[in-house]
Design a protein around this ligand. Structure first.
Ligand code: HEC
Ligand code: HEC
Ligand code: HEC
Length: 433
């Protein structure tokens, strides 16, 4: 019996090992690699739909739009696009028939893509992506807001169609990182705040607003500058590489919309490119050099362990969260992330903390971390005031030093819950109000 198990196990392990090896070694074209860096599949593929055939619903402030079919099908896709048509759509935001694209397509970042890379991308889409016949869907934006001609004005005001210009004073590695982050990887679409025209306020580090945090669809993408409190001032270059490669550092896990970025894009990048990106991020000056890093503080843990539950949210924390994130808020390394001294929770905008409590989470599934541990969703068990008390408790415990959260903020974010993730049939209960 034991012998048999051993035999079976070694066979299975051999199978796994060869599967892993072939996944790691399978050579891909340059264009394929760049398409992963640009995360084209994430936006151009609907849940359960064919790759790049479009139809993914995306929310904008004026209504929902749907991404388009970019497979080389001649009738419904981009099969009749020449290289110039393709480059003009991707960098200039203008489709072959001359209509303006909504800036939900990140052409303001993609304009930095070099000609060489654009050719590789074009070849990939024309030669490697299978053609799929699937007509594009019209947007749900009501007329007259759906008219596209005002986008010409928008482009005039906000879009510079400029290639990436290397900074001669910086190393080749720094420039490679800057090129990827500002261009194909379009990290600023989420991490840079938006102005009144819904435009990104900055497109590179020359402007102090660049990568200082932004909020989309209920998730706050935090400050990525050297800010010690709510930025990544306390992260090493190695932490950043590990996070982008696996979805984890020793203390935190990617969550919310960041998990998609890691699963579809950054985990597939080479170690070299990830290091270049991390080096560039570490070079960005802190948004607020005065911001105070949260200090280590044991008083919360001591109170919880003694059963002192007078602070609002304390009892709720013990009942719903402490089993995984523990009384010291530190969780368990590589399993349950730390809530103590976690910059992603300390921004003035508490959206991500509220949203993960309401909607739950599933860690990124990557080659480096295959389990995809989950956190339950609490929208069904906790009301707005309870979630606000909990969020305030987390933001003010174990040395965390961020502002309190109000029930109205929870109410606003709860609107996303019923429409977004309700796939599990036994959870079709009504959310609390
Ligand atoms: C953040 C989401 C997002 C990402 C990432 C993205 N796109 Fe798009 N793209 C869109 C949306 C949405 C549209 C449709 C816009 C509209 O209808 O005005 C679009 C339109 C296009 C079009 C015009 C096609 C047509 O039929 O009109 C092309 C070409 C295109 N994208 C190529 C790409 C490529 C190549 C990449 C990766 C390098 C990419 N996109 C990445 C959202 C995205
Ligand atoms: C679709 C929106 C989106 C895009 C695009 C995006 N991010 Fe994020 N990012 C988020 C959100 C939301 C969080 C907060 C949740 C978390 O910490 O994982 C986050 C968190 C992070 C963190 C952790 C910060 C912290 O304080 O915990 C890093 C580092 C990061 N992103 C880097 C990047 C880089 C580099 C890119 C470009 C390759 C990128 N992100 C693109 C949404 C995005
Ligand atoms: C069953 C274990 C479990 C319970 C109970 C739980 N969590 Fe989590 N929590 C997790 C896991 C696993 C993750 C990582 C999820 C992800 O990456 O999307 C996580 C992530 C988080 C994060 C994001 C931190 C980061 O940087 O990754 C926050 C904030 C959080 N939990 C708060 C809470 C709060 C508040 C409660 C109580 C209402 C709670 N959790 C209950 C397991 C749990």
């Amino acid at each position: 019996m034991i012998k048999q198990t051993g035999w079976l196990t070694s066979l299975l392990l051999a199978g796994l090992a060869s599967a892993a090896a072939s996944a790691a070694e399978a050579p891909i074209s340059k264009g394929h690699y760049l398409a992963m860096a640009g995360d084209c599949a994430a936006c151009h593929t609907a849940a359960g739909g064919a790759d790049f055939a479009g139809g993914l619903k995306m929310l904008t402030p004026v209504g929902a739009i749907y991404s388009t079919n970019i497979t080389p099908d001649k009738q419904t896709g981009i099969g009749d696009y020449s290289y110039d048509d393709f480059a003009e759509a991707v960098r200039g935001g203008v489709a072959k028939d001359g209509h303006q694209l909504y800036p939900a397509m990140p052409y303001t970042s993609f304009s930095k893509i070099s000609d060489e890379d654009m050719h590789a991308l074009y070849d990939y889409f024309m030669q490697e992506v299978p053609a799929v016949k699937q007509a594009d869907r019209d947007s749900d934006i009501p007329w007259p807001l759906s008219m596209r001609w005002p986008l010409i004005v928008w482009n005039w005001a906000f879009h510079d169609e400029e290639r990436f210009k290397p900074d001669k004073g910086q190393s080749a590695q720094w420039n490679r990182g800057a090129y990827l982050i500002q261009g194909l990887e379009h990290c600023g679409t989420c991490h840079t705040p938006r102005g009144i025209g819904f435009q990104e306020k900055a497109l590179d580090q020359h402007d102090a607003a660049y990568l200082t945090g932004g909020t989309l669809e209920g998730w706050h993408a935090p400050d990525l500058t050297g800010n010690q409190k709510e930025g990544i001032g306390s992260w090493s270059q190695k932490d950043i590489v590990s996070f982008l490669k696996t979805g984890w550092t020793a203390d935190t896990a990617a969550f919310g919309s960041m998990t998609d970025v890691i699963e579809h894009s950054t985990q597939h990048l080479s170690e070299e490119d990830l290091n270049a990106m991390a080096l560039y991020l570490k070079s960005i000056k802190p948004s607020d050099p005065q911001a105070a890093a949260p200090q280590q503080d044991n008083s919360t843990r001591t109170a919880l362990v003694k059963g002192e539950m007078s602070r609002p949210g304390a009892q709720l924390y013990m009942d719903n969260c402490a089993a995984c994130h523990r009384t010291d808020g530190k969780g368990y390394s590589n399993a349950f992330p730390s809530l103590a001294q976690n910059p992603a929770l300390l921004s003035d905008d508490p959206s991500s903390l509220i949203s993960i409590v309401l909607r739950g989470g599933k860690a990124a599934v990557t080659h480096g971390a295959v389990t995809g541990l989950t956190m339950p969703d609490f929208a069904w068990r906790l009301d707005d005031q309870q979630v606000a008390d909990l969020a305030t408790f987390v933001r003010g415990s174990w040395g965390n030093n961020a502002s309190a959260v109000k029930a109205e903020q929870v109410k606003e974010l709860r609107k996303n819950v019923s429409t977004v993730e309700r796939k599990d049939p036994d959870k079709q209960r009504k959310p609390q109000k």
